[in-house]
Design a protein around this ligand. Structure first.
Ligand code: SAH
Ligand code: SF4
Length: 435
């Protein structure tokens, strides 16, 4: 039996100053924690599944074959019940069911915005809540995926930043969001694996239509949960499974410089960077991680990002905060910085999405337009992101789960980003940052 939070390991984040080791449930074995003793197969590689089958008693050849079949059923077909796996011998199906499960995040609440955006409040098997958002557009459908329950980073304009970090999500809980979205959108291929024998091949659809893109822009800082995010995204990209192209996946970071090169090398997805300010004074205030990894260091890491090119530009996110970072001079400085570093860049201007007690206001539409024009006239694309799902608090930076809510507007103590501080993710936050 796997007790909850068993096998937790502390993940030291690389970097001389970076002191944010956080609990990684299941880190030692990559398995999502459950109380019933069965092992959740979601989030595991074929090799890991084969290993578990061998441990459970299958011979090596059988283990490998069954793992291959299982992978197809899990990630290509989206089957959630062993009984439906028609090419696996009948007596073996209950054997599997006694030992393993095909997990999905539990849906606590599903909301629909007037603009078509959908938000799901999800719960882990050990009772932590987090959120996932689907944003349909005419030509694409984007799933906004969470990487952590809460966040250590306390960006001052972000509602998630008012939560403490509860824990990292496992690879299974991250890829599980994509699978759940496919369930909800009805996008698994129809029909059976042995389609030729039993039914009309026309019923078999190779892939989904609505969910086309993934952004790691939900709750949490993905580069502070690197291993699990990487393992989950490799599953999402696996050609025998969900098979989403890396070009359709974007990972957004607030600027965890030491992890950016590995992100490019080991995951290879598009990078978005939450820049949000062009001076040390302002960025230190609104993205406190800037005190550790400053703007210059961040932009150098962007210039070195593996795979970035004019065809695959880095997105710089810039939240528009009234009278804080939205002047003409700010826009010009932004252009100068991007040019000085020779960055293949596009800028994404995000109107600030309000939340109760937020210490900022959104810039006026005229200001946003003027800012966009200045950047655009310098030859850098600078579209303004249309807020989506504001009526159900699903827009950027509005995600925050009720279970963790503190009195309106009250921020918890900022969590440790000072040198030498150790955070255990399951304990209350400690070191005040803004001393
Ligand atoms: N932690 C990562 C990814 C999640 S946040 C990061 O910070 O990049 C996704 C994007 O939403 C980030 O660019 C973030 O800065 C932005 N954001 C956060 N709060 C916001 C708010 N209230 N209004 C608009 N954008 C916000
Ligand atoms: Fe965390 Fe990103 Fe929100 Fe900052 S903007 S608090 S890094 S989720």
């Amino acid at each position: 039996m796997l007790p909850i939070m068993a096998d937790t390991a502390l993940m030291p984040i690389p970097g001389a100053l970076d002191p944010v080791p956080v609990d990684r449930p299941g880190a030692a074995n990559g398995i999502t924690p459950r109380t019933d003793g069965r092992i959740d197969l979601i989030g595991l590689t074929r090799q890991r599944i084969a290993g578990l089958f061998a441990e459970a008693g299958l011979d090596p050849r059988q283990s490998k074959l069954r793992a291959k079949q299982m992978f197809h059923w899990l990630y290509h077909r989206g089957v959630i019940d062993f009984a439906g796996m028609t090419d696996i011998a009948k007596p073996m199906r209950p054997w599997l069911g006694e030992r393993f499960v095909i997990g999905r995040p539990e849906v606590v609440e599903a909301q629909h915005s007037a603009d078509g955006t959908r938000k799901w409040l999800l719960r882990t098997a050990d009772g932590h809540d987090y959120e996932m958002v689907f944003i349909p557009d005419a030509d694409r459908g984007t799933l906004c995926v969470s990487s952590q329950v809460g966040c250590t980073l306390n960006c001052r304009f972000c509602h998630t930043g008012t939560m403490r970090l509860v824990r990292n999500l496992t690879a299974g809980e991250i890829v599980g969001q994509v699978m759940l979205a496919r369930d909800a959108l009805g996008e698994w291929p129809k029909g059976r694996m042995d389609v030729a024998e039993e039914e009309d091949a026309a019923e078999y659809r190779a892939d989904g239509r609505l969910l086309t893109n993934i952004v790691m822009m939900g709750m949490g800082e993905p580069l502070y949960n690197f291993d699990n995010v990487r393992d989950a995204l490799l599953l999402v990209m696996d050609g025998d499974g969900l098979a989403l192209s890396k070009r359709r996946i974007t990972l957004s970071t607030s600027g965890v410089v030491p992890m950016m090169a590995r992100c490019g090398e080991e995951i290879g997805v598009n990078l978005a960077v939450s820049l949000h300010a062009v001076t040390k004074e302002v960025r230190d205030e609104i993205v406190p991680l800037n005190r550790k990894y400053g703007i210059e260091q961040l932009l150098e890491a962007c210039a070195a990002y593996p795979g970035a090119s004019n065809a695959r530009r880095i997105t710089f996110e810039y939240v528009m905060l009234k009278d804080r970072n939205d002047s003409d001079a700010d826009a010009r400085e932004l252009v100068r910085l991007l040019r000085a570093h020779g960055l293949p860049a596009k800028v994404n201007l995000i109107p600030f999405n309000p939340w109760p007690g937020a210490p900022y206001e959104c810039s006026s539409p005229e200001r946003v337009r003027r800012f966009s024009d200045i950047v655009f006239e310098a030859g850098i694309s600078a579209p303004v992101r249309t807020p989506r799902g504001r009526d159900i608090d699903a827009a950027c930076g509005q995600l925050r789960t009720a279970a963790q809510r503190s009195p309106a507007g009250q921020r918890p103590q900022a969590q440790a980003i000072e040198a030498g501080t150790t955070v255990s993710a399951v304990q209350p936050a400690k070191t005040p940052l803004r001393a």
